[in-house]
Write a protein that binds this ligand. Sequence first.
Ligand SMILES: Nc1ncnc2c1ncn2[C@@H]1O[C@H](COP(=O)(O)OP(=O)(O)OP(=O)(O)O)[C@@H](O)[C@H]1O
Length: 366
Amino acid sequence: MAEITLKGLAHSYEKTPKGAADYAIRQMDHVWHQGGAYALLGPSGCGKSTLLNIISGLLEPSEGDVLFDGQRVNELPPEERNIAQVFQFPVIYDTMTVFDNLAFPLRNMNTPEYRVKPKVLEVADILELTPLLNRKAKNLTADEKQKVSMGRGLVRDDVTAILFDEPLTVIDPQLKWKLRRKLKEIHERFNITMIYVTHDQLEASTFADKIAVMYDGQVVQFGTPRELFERPAHTFVGYFIGSPGMNFMAVKYQDEQAMFGNQSLPVSESIKRAIAHASSNNIKLGIRPEFIDISASPSTESLPVEVISVQDLGTYSLLTYKLNGQTFKARLPEGHSPVGEAAFAEFDTAKLALYIDEYLVETGHE
Ligand SMILES: Nc1ncnc2c1ncn2[C@@H]1O[C@H](COP(=O)(O)OP(=O)(O)OP(=O)(O)O)[C@@H](O)[C@H]1O
């Protein structure tokens, strides 16, 4: 069993960090529950590998604690953590056969040979490596090598969590979905906690039940793919999740109106109240491209906009328009009536989200 808790965790690669900018991981608390299929999603440089290496023990955090089932493991070396890590590039011994590669972690722990063989055969079967068992690893394709890498994590009965650091980077696009499905299958079959690092939202949402979105050294939201889409807790999540991401408008309260530049926006009373009482000037409204309606003629709540382009993407069209000098994206469903250069945009006000200092503020709909 392994419930992994990160308590007051922070990490700086600097010996004497001077400020927040010197931290690769900023103060965080987080729990990965036993048996979960998780993704750690974020852009390059946000701290994903650093966090994974802290969990596996390759790196000791400069502040805070890592707990496995409540026990502090900060100083425990990787080999004593019951955790396997699969890296971007397969870590295998080229001169050994596939069988010996898979057997290696067991033999390394002095497992008797009569127990090694059945375990290797079982794992080879799951990963569809049986026909390759006698091949030298150097003759394998990149995806076969990566499967051997994964297998080396799975043979050990004591492994309770597997950490994957962008494991499909070197895999052909056609084979990626197959390996992803295989990982899902493995997750269902063994009761193992899996944390899958990626910067690809599609990869994260097809693998994981819950995704931790990382930005600038912090987990800014931990939720299901649906929650990340419907209620982004941070502007970065809104921007990063979705295709394309959320549109944002910097707003202020003026003459009892929510103003976007010199444009008064139709918003709910509760959003208006929250803007009026905000203690910060960093106030944004977010709206997903799916929730903007575009039409050729005005309505009571629509705003006149300048259409820049309409891109036909098969099942929908992506319309780019300008309002108040800012570019917006709207998704038009298939069969939407054509619009000219001058059109009208209407937000679904129930779907407008309010962000103060970049974090979501829960408001009612009235
Ligand atoms: N060994 C190191 N020494 C100093 N700084 C480092 C080291 N490793 C990473 N960093 C810095 O820490 C920050 C987080 O890096 P990290 O590799 O954890 O991010 P990442 O999200 O995994 O990125 P990528 O997807 O590119 O691997 C970056 O600013 C990076 O430059």
